[in-house]
Design a protein around this ligand. Structure first.
Ligand code: ADP
Ligand code: AMP
Length: 228
């Protein structure tokens, strides 16, 4: 038995993975690892990795596996991930899924794969209204989850619309999701790890359902929510 917990949040872009991961990390005491966020950090700082990822990111395409897998390996070996991690946006295809299996095999493997189910038209509304804090990456929605003032509620940072959230890129991202990422639903179902979560519910209701699904798999919240 291992005392590490690895979750993989699966679902279309805009299904609510990042929002739930940000809420969950405090409750489970393990970090969210968002590959999209790591790429955005590197794009912003124009690192070598950022320059390499730029053209793929802007078109909504997947950054090559070799680069992405190496990046995740390095992130998972950092100290704050010593008790596990909430994977958000990785894996996105079968090769990445197999690589994550290998990375976690020595620690008991992946515990649960919550799958966020949501209709495409709602997904599109969610993505086009998304705004992100430039400073701390907190996620908002203009209609469904607006900030209380002009800037970020957590740090006062400026909110911006991601380049790849503009309507012309969203269709391509959905296409790539269905073609490359959706086969992972079957992959994890066959492994007995998949737990469906209703992505059409409110943020709070989704969090409750998610915690129930995790508890049914023996993944328990270490801390209670502020609103409990
Ligand atoms: P993903 O990480 O799956 O791409 P996000 O968590 O960034 O998705 O959510 C996409 C957008 O939808 C964001 O603007 C977020 O504020 C909003 N959102 C997330 N969950 C819900 C929900 N349950 N109801 C309404 N809006 C939501
Ligand atoms: P996300 O923030 O998860 O919506 O990801 C934004 C973009 O980052 C994607 O459209 C890809 O260009 C890139 N990206 C994120 N995660 C991955 C991944 N696992 N594999 C390849 N590219 C990724």
């Amino acid at each position: 038995m291992s005392d590490r917990t690895y979750l993989v949040l699966l679902g279309a872009p805009g299904a609510g993975k990042g929002t739930q991961a940000q809420l969950l990390e405090e409750r489970l005491g393990i970090p969210q690892i968002s590959t999209g966020e790591i790429f955005r950090y590197n794009l912003k700082n124009q690192t070598e990795l950022g320059q390499l990822a730029q053209s793929y990111y802007d078109k909504g395409e997947l950054v090559p596996d070799e680069v992405t897998i190496r990046m995740v390996e390095a992130r998972l070996s950092q100290e704050d991930a010593a008790k596990g991690a909430i994977m958000d946006g990785f894996p996105r295809n079968l090769l990445q899924a197999e690589a994550l299996d290998e990375m976690t095999a020595g620690y008991g493997g992946i515990n649960v794969v919550p799958f966020f189910q949501l209709e495409d038209d709602v997904v599109t509304m969610r993505i086009t209204g998304r705004r992100v804090c430039r400073n701390c990456d907190r996620v908002y929605h203009l209609t469904f989850n607006p900030p209380s003032g002009e800037g970020c509620d957590s740090c006062g940072g400026e909110l911006y619309q991601r380049n790849d959230d503009k309507p012309e890129t969203v269709q391509n991202r959905l296409y790539i999701y269905y073609k490359q990422t959706s086969p992972l639903i079957g992959y994890y179902f066959a492994k007995g790890l998949l737990e469906e979560v209703d992505g059409a519910r409110s943020i709070q209701e989704m969090q409750e359902q998610l915690l129930e699904r995790l508890a049914s798999r023996n993944v328990k919240a270490a801390k209670s929510a502020v609103s409990d």
